[in-house]
Ligand binder design. Sequence first.
Ligand code: GLC
Length: 538
Amino acid sequence: MTEIAEPHEPWWMTGVIYQIYPRSFSDSNADGIGDLRGIEQRLGYLESLGVDAIWLSPIFPSPMADFGYDVADYTGVDPLFGTLDDLDTLIAAVHARGMKLILDYVPNHSSSQHPWFLESRSSRNNPKRDWYIWRDPAPGGGVPNNWISDFGGSSWEWDEATGQYYLHAFLKEQPDLNWRNPEVRAAMIEVLRFWLDRGVDGFRMDVLWHIIKAQGLPDNPINPDYHYGMGQRDEVLQTNSTDQPEVHEIAAEMRRLADSYAGDRVLIGEIYLPTPKLMEYYGTAEAPEVQQPFNFQLIGFPWTAPGLAKLISEYDAAIPPFGWPNWVLGNHDRPRIADRVGEAQARIAAMLLLTLRGAPTVYYGDELGIGRVEIPPDRVQDPAELRQPGIGLNRDPVRTPMPWDGTPNAGFTSGEPWLPLNADWKTRNVAAQIDAPGSMLTLYRRLLALRRTHPALSLGDWRLSPCEGDVLAYERQHADDRLLIVLNLGARPQRVAAPAWAVGGTVMLSTLDSAPMLNGDTLTLHPNEGLIIAPKAA
Ligand code: GLC
């Protein structure tokens, strides 16, 4: 009798990704900065946490003007983090534990110290001149157009030696590559091949929607909604400097390359665009692009049940038939979830993230519920804050060292940590939470374990229940595996009717320690309580 094979789902559909900010995860050599060996020493923790893949923010040689997002060599490892050998060892160690490793790929810009840029700026006739975007001053003098850097100020930097400006969407130390030049495109595709050959399982692609600019570099329109308190970047809309149609053909080429390798290599695009536009980065069934255009909507969205119900339904409905959703609560650029919604609701957020339809990415430290971390002015590191102080752009608070235990510096380093720790690290650390029944870490571990055993959670359909009060409820179902998720997004008790199939069911998991109140067909939720309910066994 021939066995019928189970349909094969690629790991990036069902798996959970864990983002590591390498500077801050674990320091093995006492320089106060995390490194690859440090990460390797913590793989046991990640495996037991129950995540499937690790994404490392950049570990390449870099002057660190933007902490590694200014790459001076796309195919090496910065000595701060270790060596290429260390990376090979880490890849092997991750694979040996059945996990995957994803690198950060920074295609829009290199470091101004990259040999390509040093050549490009050396003279107007240099063969690499056109690898970057150089322009003469505007006819009346001054910058070629009105584009503004994401870090404030003009996107153009004057080069005295060669008498032209070069474009930089971010810092002047991060000149934009000219992706309309076929040589640049070929060289950057080679970078992907280099790492794919070394066995990496995919890439998170930095500001993917930025890489192609409109032909002729026309001015950006003025933003009619600009108001005091926004960063300078928002004075104009990035209509001509980002999201051009030609980006899709490049993304499709990257995908063809990834798909030519065995093992379901994944491409994840960092793309801050609203839903209809974002979907274009899935490509088409014939010419697919990235498997995961990062969906950042849970960041910066008002935390209310009706609001989230609308957001999730609209996003889910907009996914193309061949596409798969994804969700994140935070990353190294945006305030932490426990800071945004408070610790009690951060537990609800964890349950939401890990029970929605789609692939979740967990940001390191969120599993401990790290909240706001104050950075004393003299310890600020982030160029975004240093250039435009005091308007809430500082990313240091979400990049602080991972607190491992109650020993000095929370076991992160035996040196001086490059950023301060969370003030409550003595109690909020891995060792303190790992066996504590009510801890955030325990909640994450239980949620991740439940995802593994319930295809309803990893693969199932998603059906919204009618919204009542502060309660967001939905069902997940895959074949006969069916679960009800009920989340109280408020700080008051709520009473809702349970659907008939869930009456008399079993609470599989609660975000709280207190006994759940399931009475007949009425479900009374404690303040800030989230429940996962399975139907009564038949
Ligand atoms: C992305 C990164 C951010 C970086 C920027 C420029 O948004 O996530 O950290 O500063 O790109 O590379």
